[in-house]
Ligand binder design. Structure first.
Ligand code: DON
Length: 525
């Protein structure tokens, strides 16, 4: 079963599984296919995380998050007046050193079973030509004011001056060539060879920082997953450099202490959930960063006794204000998650991103792929909000070679008998953490089917800004009024919260659920 945000990418995964491939083979095929058919988020110029569980129950995580270039510095996005520029978001200076190609190769080296070239074949075919659909054409159009700024992006995404219209055959010949090189030579050509040269030439064209040395030094890292227990279930998720597993763990640990929970959608339930989210994000924003650079009190943050302490501070009747600081921000939907379970029961939970839609908007000229704007996930100014309104501290300040803190939360849930139960994840910036937490809580506590849990309305609170955001129609007017009465600021968000791609084991078999909020695809075989 493969569930991703694009039906053609899910089909690429199944194509590989039909040839005898396992979950990691399929994950690599889907990852490269997404770089072609979902270029706003799928990528080879970005990074991501995989949580993998073998059928035998061995769980490992791989971190292929981008790293700050060697020339990066603490205050690189401040102008002489001390104001933050938008160069962490658009243009050559926004990119961290990409990790996707190295990460997928490393995952394949350890767990893959089919030849590497077999896994790239569907992506190469799609890059040579595929029919672009209305969503993708629309995404390109709506970001065309950024894409038009860079020659490589104009050529790649705006042939003839506009996005390829829905239904036309879209040929990405530079990208097809790049993928063929990666198919032939693996990551060497990307980090040392011809593609590295094109990346560095692009950097020189736009005064970016990434050098041949930065590319040569990039390494994906195997990490020990965060392991959580929740009412007898076991949940595996991503450790730092993502904040996902730790922050979700704090939320779940706080919720676990309530023996009986108020009903879904009631003010009492949404209040407790909000207060748990608030406290988890306060810790996230203060403590978490790249484990190679900062010491984090993870054991304490994830202990049940610490959760009990935090729970004890929650007033069941009143909101606890977060200490005030200015913070703004919304979330786009430009990361992507996919979930895979193969016939033997191996599972892969993968979230990957360029950060913003179309990343930095810079396409590497001659190579046909976009570079990320992941540098904005650092705290450009500790104490001031980033694009997502996250107010973070020195733990996530910029330093050369450091990984910027992520919120991506690829997760796997194992039931009380030790059987794989769910594979789940989503895009959505900081809402990733609260979305994955809510889908898990809705299945485990509320008794929803996975399809209902994915469809169910979601709320989000991230400590700062101190506001609950809910989806249109997601809470009744009475609940909204009651939450206001308890002292919460609450507003309806623009758009939706997350694009979940999840799989659940049921007595009838594996059930794949793409989010009804978006045109994704589940393909089983
Ligand atoms: O790693 C992170 O947390 C962000 N770069 C994710 C960005 C994202 O999810 C944007 N779209 N929804």
């Amino acid at each position: 079963m493969v569930v991703s945000a694009h039906p053609l990418a899910s089909a690429a995964g199944i194509e590989v599984i039909k040839q005898g491939g396992n979950a990691i083979d399929a994950a690599v095929a889907v990852g490269f296919a997404l770089a072609v058919v979902l270029p706003d988020a799928g990528n080879i110029g970005g990074g991501g995380f995989i949580v993998h569980r073998s059928a035998a129950g061995d769980v490992q995580a791989i971190d292929y998050r981008e790293m700050a270039p060697g020339g990066a510095s603490h205050d690189m996005y401040l102008d002489s007046a001390g104001n933050v520029s938008d160069r962490s978001l658009t243009g050559h200076l926004a990119s961290g050193v990409p990790g996707s190609v190295a990460g997928m190769y490393e995952a394949w080296k350890r767990h893959g079973s089919l030849p590497w070239a077999t896994l790239l074949a569907p992506a190469i075919r799609l890059a040579q030509s595929h029919r672009i659909d209305a969503e993708r054409s629309g995404e390109i159009s709506s970001d065309s004011d950024r894409l038009v700024l860079f020659a490589g992006s104009r050529q790649q995404f705006l042939p003839g001056g506009h996005a390829p219209p829905p239904g036309t055959l879209w040929k990405q010949s530079d990208l097809a060539h790049t993928l063929q090189l990666i198919s032939d030579s693996g990551p060497d050509v990307f980090y040392h060879g011809q593609i590295a040269d094109l990346i560095v030439a692009e950097m020189q064209r736009g005064h970016g920082l990434i050098t041949k040395d930065d590319l040569r030094r990039y390494r994906p890292k195997w990490r020990t997953p965060i392991q959580l227990s929740y009412r007898g279930y076991t949940i595996y998720s991503m450790p730092p450099a993502s904040s996902g597993g730790v922050t979700m763990g704090e939320i779940l640990n706080i919720m676990e202490g309530y023996d009986t929970l108020p009903a879904f959608g009631t003010p009492a339930y949404e209040h407790l959930l909000t207060e748990a989210m608030r406290r988890a994000f306060i810790d996230r924003n203060q403590w978490l960063g790249d484990p190679d650079f900062v010491n984090m009190p993870l054991e304490r943050l994830l202990s049940k006794s610490y959760a009990a302490e935090l729970r004890g501070q929650i007033d069941p009747q009143r909101a606890t204000p977060t200490p005030p600081q200015t913070a703004t921000g919304g979330e786009g939907m430009h990361t992507t998650h996919y979930s895979i379970v193969d016939a033997s029961g191996n599972a892969a939970s993968v979230t990957t991103t360029l950060n913003n839609g179309f990343g930095s908007a810079v396409t590497v000229t001659g190579a046909g792929f976009l570079l990320n704007d992941e540098m904005d996930d650092f705290a450009a100014v500790p104490g001031k909000p980033n694009m997502y309104g996250l107010v973070q501290g020195e733990a996530n300040a910029i330093a050369p070679g450091k990984r910027m803190l992520s919120a991506m939360t690829p997760s796997i849930v194992v039931d009380r008998d030790g059987q794989l139960l769910m594979v789940v994840g989503t895009p959505g910036g900081p809402t990733i953490i609260t979305t994955v937490a809510q889908v898990i809580l809705d299945v485990l506590d509320q008794g929803m089917t996975l399809a209902d849990a994915v469809a169910a309305p979601r709320i989000h609170h991230q400590a700062l800004p101190d506001v609950i955001r809910y989806e249109r129609g997601g809470l009744s007017e009475a609940t909204v009024a009651a939450l206001r009465g308890m002292g919460h600021q609450i507003e309806m968000r623009r758009g939706t919260s997350g694009i979940v791609a999840a799989i659940q084991r049921t007595p009838a078999g594996w059930v794949g659920v793409p989010d009804p909020r978006y045109a994704g695809g589940a393909v089983g075989w």
